[in-house]
Design a binder for this molecule. Structure first.
Ligand SMILES: Cc1cc2nc3c(=O)[nH]c(=O)nc-3n(C[C@H](O)[C@H](O)[C@H](O)COP(=O)(O)O)c2cc1C
Length: 292
C-alpha cells in the first residue's frame, strides 16, 4: 500500500456508520475512517470484514447464549499467542445476575454488565506459576518483577480480543469494561482471587439489541498512526481532521458534540481523571505483585 493510498484525508462525509460485515470493503473502510477510502483495492476476506465492522455493544437482547459458546470463546482466547507460552492469564465467566449486579456497581455502575448474559473477567494471573514453583520447591523470583506483570496483562489482553472477535464472528457483540479496575481490591474479593491475580478488565458478551446500537466509530487516519521505517513527529495539528470526523459521527449518532481532542485531554488531565486508578501501584502491591 502506498503512503498516499494509506492516507484517509478524503471528504469528512461519514458515509454510513451502520455497516456490518456483509458490506463492501469500501463501505467498511469509509465507516472505519469516517471518510471515503482511496480507490486502492485492499486484500480482503471475511475475517477482515468482521474486524472492520467492530463496534462496542452495550445493550443486549434478553436471550441466552447457545450451549458451548463460552467454551468456543475460551478456545479462541487460548489460541492467541502467549509470551514464552507462559499462559499467565485466566478468565472468570460470570452469569449469576446478583454477582453481575455487584460487579456492575463496582465498575462505575455500568448497566451493560447487568444486561449482558455473560461477563468475562480477564485476569493477569501469576499465581499459577507461583504455585508451580512452590510445589516443585523452585525459585520464582522473576514473578516479582514488573516485566512479568506486563507479560500477564499483555497475554490477557490478546486472549480477550481473540474471544471478542470470535464472539462478533458468531453474531454476538461485546464491550470491554476497564472500569473493573476502579476498585480492584473489592473486585478481587468478589471473585475470590488469590494473591498475584489482577482483574485487567471485564468483557460483556451478548446478542446486540438492534434497537439500541451505535455505529462503527471512526478512528484516527492511517496518516496519523502509521509510520514507515522511523517515527515522524508531525509538523501540524495531527488530530484536527479527526475532531472533524468525530463531530460528524457524533451528529449522526445524536451524541453530545464534545471534540475528541477535548475528551481525551480531560481523560488524561490528572490523577483525579483516572477514576481511582491513580492508586494502581499501591493496589497491585496489596494484591501481591512485586513490581520490582
Ligand atoms: C481496555 C478497554 C476498556 C474499556 N472500558 C470500557 C468501559 O468501562 N465502559 C465502556 O462503556 N466502554 C469501555 N471500553 C470501550 C471503548 O470505549 C471503545 O472501545 C472505544 O470508545 C471505541 O469504540 P468502539 O469499540 O465502538 O469502536 C473499553 C475499551 C477497552 C479496549
Amino acid at each position: 500500500m502506498s503512503a498516499e493510498a494509506a492516507s484517509t484525508t478524503g471528504d469528512p462525509l461519514v458515509l454510513r456508520s451502520d455497516v456490518d460485515a456483509s458490506d463492501t470493503p469500501e463501505q467498511l473502510l469509509a465507516a472505519r475512517y469516517g471518510r471515503a477510502w482511496s480507490d486502492q483495492a485492499l486484500p480482503w476476506n471475511e475475517v477482515i470484514a468482521t474486524l472492520l465492522s467492530h463496534r462496542s455493544v452495550r445493550a443486549y437482547l434478553p436471550k441466552a447464549l447457545p450451549d458451548g459458546t463460552l467454551e468456543t470463546l475460551v478456545a479462541a482466547a487460548q489460541s492467541a499467542s502467549s509470551s514464552s507460552n507462559l499462559q499467565t492469564w485466566s478468565v472468570i465467566a460470570v452469569t449469576d445476575p446478583a454477582r453481575k449486579d455487584r460487579l456492575a456497581t463496582l465498575a462505575a455502575d455500568q448497566d451493560a454488565v447487568r444486561e449482558a448474559p455473560l461477563l468475562l473477567v480477564w485476569l493477569a494471573d501469576l499465581s499459577r506459576l507461583q504455585r508451580l514453583g512452590d510445589a516443585r520447591d523452585r525459585a520464582v523470583e522473576g514473578l516479582a518483577y514488573l516485566e512479568l506483570l506486563f507479560v500477564a496483562i499483555i497475554d490477557a489482553a490478546l486472549a480477550a480480543q481473540n474471544a471478542l472477535v470470535a464472539a462478533e464472528s458468531l453474531g454476538l457483540g461485546g464491550v470491554y469494561i476497564g472500569a473493573m479496575r476502579n476498585r480492584p481490591a473489592e473486585v478481587a474479593a468478589e471473585l475470590g482471587l488469590p494473591p498475584q491475580v489482577f482483574a485487567v478488565f471485564g468483557l460483556c458478551i451478548g446478542y446486540p439489541d438492534p434497537a439500541r446500537q451505535s455505529g462503527v466509530k471512526p478512528r484516527l487516519g492511517q496518516n496519523v498512526v502509521l509510520h514507515r521505517e522511523r517515527y515522524v513527529v508531525p509538523a501540524r495539528d495531527e488530530v484536527a481532521d479527526y475532531d472533524e470526523t468525530m463531530e460528524a459521527f457524533q451528529r449522526e449518532q445524536a451524541m453530545g458534540p464534545i471534540p475528541w481532542s477535548e475528551r481525551v485531554l480531560q481523560r488524561v488531565a490528572g490523577a483525579g481523571s483516572l477514576s481511582g486508578r491513580d492508586q494502581m501501584r499501591a493496589i497491585l502491591e496489596a494484591l501481591g505483585f512485586g513490581l520490582r
